[in-house]
Design a protein around this ligand. Structure first.
Ligand code: 5GP
Ligand code: MN
Length: 337
């Protein structure tokens, strides 16, 4: 954010505002961490703030301070719509195109509020008056830390805010191992621990609360893994039947795709998961090095994300999706070899 924009946001937030904060659909640790950290901060500054998530999120995020106050658009459409229409300021966090909020899009697009975007994905759309978009950032939570610092309030970060930001940085960096993890990220993490984030307890709450059925679903996913040696690629499939057999709960498949990428020499990993309600296949894509899964998802599967982590969907059956995927790969043979 440049000086002019920081000044603009400062002026905007000088007097108490009615604020709505929005994460993307199927919010992850970074999206929930960022919205909650900002929510705690704005409330402390006497704003009337509320978080509206497009839909529900995994159980392993539900210990986070303030989480129970999050309004879910798909459960409470009328209340959420009234809140959105009354807002003066809308923050959109961890996404950069209104298509990422699903059914909320039409309501939000019609809002008269001033939009502020804070996000680290590629190719941002142009809907926000104030835009803090930086694709080099590890996470939106790291940007929230910077945003609060830009406003001169780093010393007002509470233990609750620190825990939320720690969670998002930790989950989006794969526990501080992805390339976007810089020395600055580590310095911010150190500051967050000093400010009261209980790091060991947070790792435990996120990663060590598996159900037996989730581990069994992981076993099933690993059995389904296919290696395409020619392309240094692996893919995993999970069918609706398999999800049902292992009592699938939201968030259970999070991180599965990374097992594919952990195979020696693999540059590209995909997971295809049949949707339980509607007939489409959701996919998560991961890569190592310069192979851009963002471009791949955008070009072929109506998706997007980052260079090394992206997602998309296919309206074909699983079989047809895999068939199309393997055919598309032939065009990338050189890039992936
Ligand atoms: P995941 O595979 O963990 O769901 O998502 C990986 C990254 O890609 C995240 O940053 C997520 O926001 C983004 N992403 C996932 N699915 C989609 C999609 O359908 N469209 C776009 N534009 N981004 C996505
Ligand atoms: Mn993120």
């Amino acid at each position: 954010m440049n000086e002019v924009e920081i000044q603009g946001v400062k002026t905007l937030l000088q007097t108490p505002q009615k604020i709505v904060i929005i994460p993307h659909k199927n919010p992850d640790g970074d999206a929930i961490g960022a919205t909650l950290a900002l929510w705690h901060y704005l409330k402390k500054q006497q704003h009337d703030a509320v978080i509206i998530a497009p839909n529900d999120y995994p159980e392993f995020l539900k210990w986070m301070p303030g989480e129970s106050d999050i309004v879910k658009f798909d459960y409470e459409k009328d209340r959420a719509t009234t809140l959105l229409e009354a807002a003066n300021v809308i923050f959109t966090l961890d996404f950069n195109d209104l298509s990422r909020i699903g059914d909320m899009e039409t309501v939000v697009a019609a809002c008269k509020a001033t939009f502020v975007m804070i996000d680290h994905h590629q190719q941002p759309s142009d809907y926000a008056k104030f835009m803090y978009s930086d694709t080099s950032m590890s996470s939106t939570c790291e940007m929230i830390y910077n945003f609060i610092s830009f406003l001169g309030d780093e010393n007002r970060i509470t233990p609750e805010m620190a825990s939320c930001m720690y969670t998002g940085i930790m989950t989006d960096t794969g526990s501080f191992r992805f390339k976007a993890t810089t020395s600055t990220t580590h310095r911010i993490i150190a500051n967050l621990i000093d400010k009261g984030a209980e790091n060991a307890a947070i790792h435990n709450a996120i990663y060590d609360t598996n159900s037996l059925s989730r581990l069994q679903l992981l076993g099933c996913a690993l059995k389904n893994l296919v290696v395409l040696e020619t392309y240094n690629t692996v893919y995993i499939t999970i069918s609706k039947d398999e999800l049902t057999r292992y009592d699938f709960k939201k968030g259970d498949t999070e991180g599965f795709v990374n097992y594919g990428l952990s195979l020696k020499g693999i540059k590209f990993a995909a997971i295809f998961i049949e949707n339980m309600q509607e007939p489409y296949v959701k996919m998560s894509l991961r890569s190592k090095g310069n192979f851009s899964v963002n471009e791949f998802a955008r070009t072929h599967f109506n998706g997007g994300g980052h260079t090394n982590a992206a997602g998309g969907r296919s309206d074909d059956t699983m079989e047809a999706t895999i068939d199309r995927f393997t055919k598309i790969l032939t065009a990338y043979k050189e890039e992936l070899s």
